[in-house]
Design a protein around this ligand. Structure first.
Ligand code: SF4
Ligand code: SF4
Length: 370
């Protein structure tokens, strides 16, 4: 299996550029061939400054784009943000400024084509630009995620589902984390990126992946031709058993990753990395799950002091579970499917996922395994 490359790094372009170029040249498969149409897919979740650690750092994007142009490729940088305008995202995230002298095209995914990703989902709509590129370069951010523990290389490709179809998929996969993770891994397999680099120089810990998380310096880049293998190595760096990462267990089930992962480089040991609070999305026996989810499962809550009533969360909520007249916001926890999209898109970091008091109490009963 293709190795995973681990390198210590920083956002100093004089050292970052040679580090990334060296990573590309060390990989088993170098996708940058003359005249290839390269599509770079960073994590462009929402408009945010690089120091917030929400988006892939613009210097990482620059180093890869420069390598591709130098190899005679054409370069498009593309994603489909969850909130805000694409223009604002490029400005606030300092992408335009950082890459202004490079001949790259910036594209917000907006056209989809059908692609069969396999059972049970069959044909789904994925970004045309990503499917038609000669090679997709997946530039993920190392972040925590309230629903999936971490968002790394495999999950980054969910951005190839265009715009509001993302929450639609959350709704269809519902509260079944395994089902939603299967969708993520199958999308990864369908997009089939040639190279994944995970930007963990300034990572995020706590209640990510949006403004509720906290930046944390880890000074590391992890890269591979196989994103699922790179994700597993990130887990090792953070002291997390990869089998706890839903995308890893499903990647193993689907044969996307093997146990025997070769690593080129030294695996740094990170201590006390704060993972998000993550309780099960379901609770109790099947016939009681609706009731139990409503009252016992962790749920999104708002900090009224931070909420600016901008309405982004309401607009994005796939379950129509946030009412538009409450101040503070009013959630219908019976309808809420615990996808945590609202937390992800809130531009003011006003939402958190919180266990209910009763749920915490019940889970603390020794011997009760719910
Ligand atoms: S919680 Fe966040 S996204 Fe929702 S209305 Fe308040 S500020 Fe806007
Ligand atoms: S309220 Fe938040 S967590 Fe619940 S369904 Fe809506 S977006 Fe998802």
């Amino acid at each position: 299996m293709t190795p995973v490359i681990v390198r210590e790094s920083a956002y100093d372009y004089n050292t970052l550029k040679p580090t990334i170029w060296n990573i590309i040249e060390t990989l088993e498969h170098n996708p940058f061939k003359k005249n290839s149409r390269i599509l770079i897919k960073p994590n462009l979740l929402l408009p945010a400054k690089p120091e917030k650690a929400i988006t892939t750092h613009p210097l990482v994007v620059r180093a890869v784009a420069e390598y591709a142009l130098n190899a005679g490729c054409t370069v498009t940088v593309a994603d489909s943000q969850a909130t805000g305008t694409f223009h604002r995202l490029l400005k606030e995230g300092e992408y335009h400024k950082t890459l202004e002298d490079l001949d790259v095209q910036w594209v917000q995914f907006n056209k989809s084509v059908k692609k069969n990703i396999g059972e049970p989902f069959g044909e789904i709509d994925l970004a045309k630009d990503a499917l038609e590129a000669d090679a997709v370069i997946n530039l993920a951010k190392l972040k925590t995620h309230s629903q999936m523990i971490l968002t790394l290389g495999v999950k980054n490709l969910f951005g190839c589902v265009v715009g509001l179809r993302k929450p639609e998929w959350h709704m269809r996969a519902g509260v079944n984390r395994h089902m939603f993770t299967t969708l993520l891994v199958q999308i990864y397999r369908a997009i089939d990126p040639s190279l994944t680099i995970i930007d963990g120089i300034l990572a995020m810990e706590g209640q990510g992946p949006g403004k509720g998380g906290s930046p944390r310096r880890l000074d590391v880049l992890v890269a591979s031709n196989n994103a699922a293998a790179a994700d597993a190595v990130v887990c090792n760096i953070l002291g997390l058993n990869p089998m706890r990462l839903p995308t890893h267990t499903v990647s193993k089930e689907l044969g996307v990753v093997e146990d025997d992962i070769k690593v080129d480089g030294v695996i740094p040991k990170v201590s006390e990395y704060r993972l998000p609070v993550l309780a099960p999305l379901t609770f109790g026996p099947g016939f009681l799950q609706g009731f139990m989810r409503k009252h016992l499962v962790q749920r999104p809550t708002v900090d009224p002091d931070l909420c600016k009533q901008c309405g982004e969360c309401r607009q994005y909520c796939p379950a129509d579970a946030i009412s538009d007249d409450g101040n503070p916001l009013d959630f219908d926890y019976g309808k809420c499917i615990r996808c945590y999209c609202c937390i992800e898109v809130c531009p003011h970091g006003a939402l958190r996922s919180q266990e209910t008091r009763t749920g915490r109490l019940i889970r603390s009963i020794p011997g009760l395994r719910i």
